[in-house]
Design a protein around this ligand. Structure first.
Ligand code: ATP
Ligand code: MG
Length: 352
């Protein structure tokens, strides 16, 4: 019997509503598989915990989480109790940093039945692999005076190792998909870092002779995202470019309530963390109407990460059937509650 040990952190707001739904889906696919089980431990380290203890998690919190195969997170944030810069910084951002989760992965796909702002939404099915530890988001630089004028200098930071790891991950993903990787670059405008990025991309691509590649300047790339998304399969991008592309992708998908994400540790020393794109959504928390699909799709990414891609595909298939037939929550045009959507997904899974 294969066993995956998962640390669940529902967090705040709708996180506590959607995480248990995704756990039910994981239990269901484990049953379908027959030779696999999940053991879940749930940690209620959230803003209420902060109010009681003055911190977002216990002192040995990271040590405890590090024992698991992965962290499955809902959402953190309740500004009525803790300012976001404290709650998010001390939990999610600390975990990402300390567990060396150097990549952020976000699939974006238009599912028939969801209203997308794209005029011609078919063919939008891609994954953005974002380098998440360096690049443009560096602290190197500063503010100073030049003559009487005030200026700021911001240095980007690109290591061959981090770029190469992100790119290898993208190529490996493409092997399991349509076999195409696009590099998001801007070497016609950014003088040092982006030509280096291009050079490493060129080198890494020689390890994958069967994968097609292209390089797009980020400005042209965002336009093609909207006008001709069929060009894309896997896109590998630096921290800043990836940040912009992933939010654009979530916007095009039609609702933040269905968008999934993963933070991947590449060195195997620590768990990866799976969390949907949406936040704690205080405006709808406690009403039972949050869309659980973002969390359930995120669970599918965790299955893929564990190597259980067939089970991941089953979950995706069930999600698509439920959305296509309008059995959804209000944010994507349906009338069902959070729990009712899960019941529909489970009943689709029961057909296998
Ligand atoms: P973050 O915590 O990342 O800063 P945010 O506060 O910017 O997030 P969210 O909490 O994601 O934003 O909420 C943005 C909007 O999307 C809200 O109106 C919220 O109700 C809606 N929303 C978010 N997640 C869901 C969901 N799962 N189902 C339905 N609506 C959602
Ligand atoms: Mg928020």
């Amino acid at each position: 019997m294969k066993k995956f040990e998962v640390a669940c952190m529902p967090g705040d707001g709708i996180g506590v509503e959607v995480v248990p739904e995704a756990m039910r889906v994981l239990e269901a696919v484990a049953k379908i598989h027959g030779g696999l089980m999940f053991s879940f431990d749930t940690f209620y380290w959230n803003c209420d915990y902060y109010v009681q203890h003055g911190r977002m998690m216990p002192e040995d919190g990271l040590d405890r989480l590090s024992q698991y195969d992965s962290v499955f997170l809902g959402a953190i944030g309740d500004v009525t109790k803790v300012p976001d810069h404290i709650s998010v910084w001390e939990s999610i951002l600390t975990i990402r940093r300390e567990f060396e989760q150097a990549l952020n992965i976000r699939p974006a796909k238009i599912i028939q039945g969801v209203h997308s702002p794209l005029v011609n939404p078919k063919d939008f099915d891609l994954i953005v692999v974002r380098e998440n530890s360096e690049g443009e988001y560096s602290t190197v630089g500063g503010k100073m005076y030049r003559g009487k004028d005030e200026i700021a200098v911001q240095n980007n930071f690109f290591s061959r190792r981090a770029m190469s790891e992100a790119m290898h991950y993208a190529f490996d993903l493409a092997k399991k998909r349509k076999g195409h990787v696009t590099s998001a670059t801007k070497s016609n405008g950014i003088y040092h870092s982006m030509p280096f990025w291009d050079e490493v991309f060129q080198e890494v691509s020689t390890d994958y002779p069967h994968i097609q590649t292209d390089s797009q300047h980020i400005d042209a790339l965002v336009a093609f995202f909207v006008t001709d998304p069929s060009r894309f399969d896997v896109i590998v991008a630096s921290n800043l470019f990836g940040d912009i592309l992933t939010d654009l992708g979530a916007g095009i998908m039609g609702s933040v309530g269905i968008a999934p994400a993963a933070n991947i540790n590449l060195n195997g020393k620590y768990p990866s963390m799976f969390e949907p794109v949406h936040g704690s959504a205080p405006d709808i928390a406690g009403k039972g109407i949050a869309n659980p699909i973002g969390q359930i799709w995120t669970a599918k990414l965790m299955l893929d990460h564990f190597g259980e891609t067939e089970l991941g595909d089953l979950v995706m298939d069930a999600i698509e059937k439920v959305i296509q037939s309008g059995r959804t929550t209000k944010d994507i045009g349906g009338t069902l509650s959070t729990k009712e959507v899960t019941v529909e997904i489970l009943s689709e899974l029961n057909n296998y």
